[in-house]
Design a protein. Structure first.
Length: 425
């Protein structure tokens, strides 16, 4: 009997030592896995926080770029552009929602890690209690040790699967990070090209404004020249009409004077004819008498008196001084009329020269207006060509905007893949 008890005691001690060794081994293994998992969890937490921070910065940049694109491309808004802008806005909102989901998932991961820490701590306490109570373990408690071993094995399997998924997720994140870097480079190139095209578009708008100002100035100058031409034409017509009226008046006065002179000449001629017919014998006698007086050398005043008497009878004026003054006045008036006619002829020539000069200026103004119209038409054609170039560049910018939308869509896919991978883990 004592030998049987001793054998049972030895077997019990060896079993307890095996259980303690297994428990210590499992505890050391679990502690090592816990440290590895804790390090991986911390690395994952840091990586996730960095990723969230970069995503927040990226979202802020994208929001700023979106606002800049909306301000810059407002000129070329159309239905398709508004649809793309709404898609970009929806993508940004979706990314913001994904950021919130990532933050919530990070909190859940932290809670799960804390819960796992509590479970490991509880398992350590149980193992310590089992180690302390190992010496008093009876054969009936062996199934519980086996269950503990099975539970540890199950936890190891879960940990291995979690590490495998975590490594896959890290590899996927690395690949997506490379794609994101490539997209960053493409975005920077697009921004440079976009700013360059924006400057060119501003220069084109400035040139168009300058051409419009020049065209407006040319049109105003043309209108002013036409107004001056019309004014000169009206003045020339008025001057010509006034000249015609004055010439008609002068012709009427000259014709009246000519008729009066002709009438006076006719009357004088008739009176002279009558006097000549009546005094033919008397003149002959007087001539003979004067001849005799001349031959005799005598000079008489009677001849002069006789001539004055004939002049008085012809003119009806008895005063010799008055008769002389009237004769001088008539001669002066005739000379003044002659000078006036010469002056009017000179003014007529001057007006004709002015009319010719005005016609020449009108022709020159017409040619200048035609040249200005041709320059205006050429300017409008140039503006049309530049506008077509601006529209082409605007279409190119719309295509660049579509590239930005694709870039935002790829970022949304990246975040969807990231969230989906975290959900599976």
């Amino acid at each position: 009997m004592p030998r049987g008890r001793s054998a049972v005691s030895i077997h019990s001690d060896s079993s307890e030592m095996d259980i303690d060794g297994i428990a210590e081994t499992e505890l050391a293994k679990l502690q090592r896995q816990f440290r590895i998992m804790e390090g991986d969890r911390q690395a994952y937490s840091v990586e996730t926080q960095n990723l969230i921070r970069r995503q927040q910065q990226e979202i802020q940049k994208l929001q700023a770029e979106h606002e800049e694109l909306q301000c810059s491309l407002r000129v070329s808004e159309n239905r398709a552009q508004r649809v793309r802008d709404s898609e970009v806005t929806q993508n940004l909102r979706r990314m913001l929602e994904q950021r919130d989901e990532l933050e919530e998932q990070l909190q859940r991961e932290k809670q799960a890690a804390a819960q796992l820490d509590q479970e490991i701590f509880s398992m350590e306490r149980k193992l310590a209690a089992q180690r302390r109570a190992g010496s008093t373990m009876s054969p009936n408690q062996k199934p519980q040790s086996y269950q503990t071993k099975q539970a540890c094995h199950t936890l190891e399997n879960k940990l291995d699967r979690a590490l495998t998924r975590f490594n896959k997720q890290l590899a996927k994140m690395g690949q997506l990070r490379e794609e994101l870097e490539i997209l960053h480079v493409e975005r920077n190139r697009f921004q440079q090209l976009y700013h360059k095209l924006g400057k060119e578009l501003q220069e084109i708008h400035k040139d168009i404004g300058d051409l419009i100002d020049q065209s407006t100035s040319a049109y105003d100058a043309r209108v002013e020249a036409q107004y001056k031409t019309v004014t000169l034409n009206e003045k020339a017509v008025k001057d010509l009409a006034q000249y015609s009226v004055e010439m008609q008046e002068l012709e009427r006065v000259i014709a009246h004077e000519h008729r009066l002179k002709t009438f006076m000449s006719t009357k004088n001629q008739e009176r002279n004819d009558q006097e000549d017919s009546q005094d033919a014998t008397r003149r002959q006698a007087m001539e003979e008498k004067e001849k005799r007086k001349t031959e005799s050398g005598e000079e008489s005043i009677a001849t002069l008196e006789e001539a004055f008497t004939r002049i008085q009878n012809a003119t009806g004026e008895e005063d010799l001084d008055t008769l002389v003054m009237k004769f001088i006045e008539v001669e002066d008036r005739n000379f003044a009329l002659f000078n006036y006619v010469n002056e009017q002829n000179n003014e007529t020539e001057t007006l004709r020269d002015q009319i010719a000069q005005i016609q020449q200026e009108m022709e020159q103004s017409r040619q200048e207006g035609q040249q200005q119209e041709e320059a205006h038409a050429a300017m409008l054609r140039e503006i049309g060509e530049r506008q077509q170039e601006a529209e082409a560049q605007e279409q190119e910018q719309e295509q660049r905007g579509a590239t930005v939308c694709e870039f935002v869509t790829l970022q949304g896919r990246f975040r969807n893949a990231f969230v989906h991978g975290n959900t599976q883990s």
